[in-house]
Design a binder for this molecule. Structure first.
Ligand code: NAP
Length: 274
């Protein structure tokens, strides 16, 4: 199995198209979650997404265990909460995340969603953290087209590495304008909750049947087919969360899966574009 990689933002490194999410992982059995994350790394799912918000820091601490001895393989992303995203607050949050994660740098640091502090202030902190080598790049999350254009205007071209946004088969709103605009601006689109947070199309629904038919033909699960469909635009990435080795292995199978135009059309037709 070969995991496909794509350029992460303008001038960024190549990053695997399928990563690993960690939201709510503090609720999972810790040993199983660590084993799943480590299996994911072995299979090339080395884009690992977390946030200071997840389990109020507990998930970053759990991740430190999964990353032990493997930090250099990983493209590690964390996020500052909007209420903490003043200049001083962003610096402090980043340093706390680094401490919990047991590392000296993040590969990308994101503002979790737009909040009370002017983005220019957060940006200044991102720039300082980058100069100090504490973050390699920075980006945003849950930014609309307008918010992103403003952010790129402030940061300058090619500086905002990504916009992490909701994207799954039952919510394809970003296809209307955001994906194309991000691509034009050289901003990677990272789709979160690619399985709708577990509310996956039921096998009996029209969408579920379409996914199942393609999956059967290709010898993968409907989950892998869904991931590959969400990756059909250049410049997009997905970060499914899975806390079992079995799920991670199924998801990794989408890494080298390629769907034909006919298969893509079949899935496209079964889900509303929103
Ligand atoms: P998700 O990835 O859409 O779905 C996760 C659910 O799908 C879990 O219940 C998981 O079960 C299940 N699952 C995974 N692989 C499966 C498989 N092959 N077969 C059957 N079930 C499978 O949900 P998400 O956690 O909301 O989103 C993914 C990540 O995106 C988050 O973890 C987080 O890192 C990020 N995120 C970011 C934001 C933001 O505002 N920036 C918001 C939401 C999420 P198990 O755990 O039992 O394996």
């Amino acid at each position: 199995m070969r995991m496909e990689s794509r350029r992460f933002g303008q001038g960024g490194p190549d990053v695997p198209v399928i990563g690993q999410g960690t939201w709510k992982m503090e609720r999972d059995a810790p040993a199983e979650a660590v084993a799943a994350l480590r299996r994911g790394l072995e299979l090339g799912l080395t884009h690992v997404d977390t946030a200071e918000m997840y389990g109020m820091g507990e998930v970053e601490e759990l991740l430190a265990k999964a990353l032990e001895g493997r930090r250099d393989q990983v493209f590690l992303v964390s996020k500052v909460l909007p209420q903490n995203a003043s200049f001083a607050g962003t610096v402090k949050s980043c340093e706390s995340s680094l401490r919990r994660l047991g590392t000296d740098r993040l590969d990308c640091y994101l503002l979790h969603w737009p909040g009370p502090h002017p983005f220019g202030e957060t940006l200044r902190a991102f720039q300082q953290l980058q100069q100090e080598g504490k973050i390699r790049s920075y980006g945003v999350s849950n930014f609309s087209v307008e918010e992103m254009e403003d952010a790129v205007g402030l940061a300058g071209p090619g500086k905002i590495a990504c916009n992490q946004v909701l994207y799954h088969l039952q919510d394809r709103e970003i296809e209307q304008a955001l994906v194309a605009r991000c691509q034009a601006l050289g901003v990677a689109v990272v789709g979160y909750s690619p399985f709708a947070g577990g509310d996956f199309p039921s096998p009996g629904s029209a969408g579920g049947k379409a996914l199942k038919a393609v999956a059967k033909e290709r010898g993968v699960t409907p989950y892998a087919v869904a991931l590959r469909f969400l990756l059909r635009d250049e410049g997009t990435f997905v970060i499914p969360k899975a806390s079992s080795v079995k799920h991670v292995e199924e998801n990794a199978a989408a890494g080298d899966l390629r769907l034909s135009a006919e298969e893509l059309e079949k899935i496209d037709a079964a889900f509303s574009r929103g």
